[in-house]
Design a protein around this ligand. Sequence first.
Ligand code: FES
Length: 136
Amino acid sequence: MDSSAYTEIILELYRNPPNYGGLAGHNLKATGGNPSCGDMVSFEAKIEDGKISDVRFTATGCAISKAGSAMLTEMVKGKTVEDALKLEGKDLFENVGQVIHTRTKCALLGLVVFKRGLEKFEENDQEKTIVEGIKI
Ligand code: FES
């Protein structure tokens, strides 16, 4: 796939992000941002028996951070917390391509915030967890 195809994927995810909005009945909420630009992302997830059964997000940010967060929700839905915690930037890059290597911090905003939330959730013995003010 050439870079214009990847650009198109990112723009499409930005314009019509899957899993966008709040999630009633969530037991994990993780919110954070990039202080250098002020962009923010917030995830709400429902985790049952160690598995992420649903996750949604809201974001105010650049196209790449929003697209990366949208893609992340697609990647983690149905995964165990353990497997989601193993995700790295390269897993995300595989899906959205080289185009985002120049904007790594933007692309990783969602991944960093969501994983920090999952870590807290685990520390809380999988009790309802709200984490705010995560910074990348
Ligand atoms: Fe702020 Fe991309 S410019 S996260």
